[in-house]
Design a protein around this ligand. Structure first.
Ligand code: Y43
Ligand code: MG
Length: 201
């Protein structure tokens, strides 16, 4: 797949999470690509049966590309806590249950950590880019930090209020979105995508 082909087309953002779609739209702005979300096109939400972030991202991008006939970009991401053997990891969304209750998911993370002295965690983002009938591409990013309790801030989404990125004094829930976009796992995956686009131009 070439950058030229991609840049001349409409791109589906293959995500049903409004917090993510908002961030992806902001991160895509400099690329000047016309985007449409999976929700707007009423695309189905596929079951995430993969065992890795990359597999689930690929599955979501391929499903969206096939059902829309357009190029599609999917994001599979999550919070990895080494002291919890990597949980919630690819199950990060599922820990919030059908009501997407992240206060409950954050409480579970904190409860399972208990008195553990190791509160290190990182977010991972795998982006998958698919065009109908073409080989899929994966881009990845990660950001390290520590888990706070109680959670802080109302901005962002998901586990943001309990995540303090290394070297910062504000949680992702407190930060201005532009600051999160400068350092987040998602921003780093976009940098990876950007350097690939430049190479293939
Ligand atoms: O920057 C982030 N800040 C806070 N929490 C985050 C972030 N990035 C991922 N997360 C957590 C919450 C999210 O729900 C889950 C991803 O799960 P994941 O399956 O990739 O997304 P999702 O089900 O919410 O939407 P969709 O699959 O339609 O793209 O990890
Ligand atoms: Mg999902």
């Amino acid at each position: 797949m070439t950058a030229r082909a991609l840049l001349g087309e409409r791109l589906v953002i293959a995500s049903h999470n409004p917090g993510k779609v908002r961030e992806i739209e902001a991160l895509l702005t400099p690329f000047g690509i016309e985007v449409v979300s999976a929700g707007t096109l009423e695309l189905p939400e596929p079951e995430e049966t993969g065992h890795t972030f990359a597999e689930n991202a690929a599955l979501k991008a391929e499903t969206a590309a096939e059902s829309s006939g357009l190029a599609a970009l999917a994001d599979d991401s999550g919070l990895v806590v080494p002291a919890l053997d990597g949980a919630p990891g690819i199950y990060s969304a599922r820990w919030a249950g059908p009501d997407k209750d992240f206060s409950h998911a954050m409480e579970r993370v904190n409860r399972e950590l208990g008195e553990s002295r190791d509160r290190h965690a990182y977010f991972v983002c795998a982006l998958a880019l698919a065009r109908p009938g073409e080989e899929i591409r994966i881009f990845e990013g990660r950001v390290d930090g520590v888990l706070l309790w109680p959670p802080r801030g109302e901005r962002g989404f998901g586990y943001d209020p309990m995540f303090l990125p290394d070297g910062r004094s504000e949680s992702f829930g407190e930060m201005d979105p532009a600051e999160k976009h400068a350092i987040s796992h998602r921003a780093r995956a976009f940098r990876d995508l950007d350097s690939w686009l430049r190479k293939t131009e």
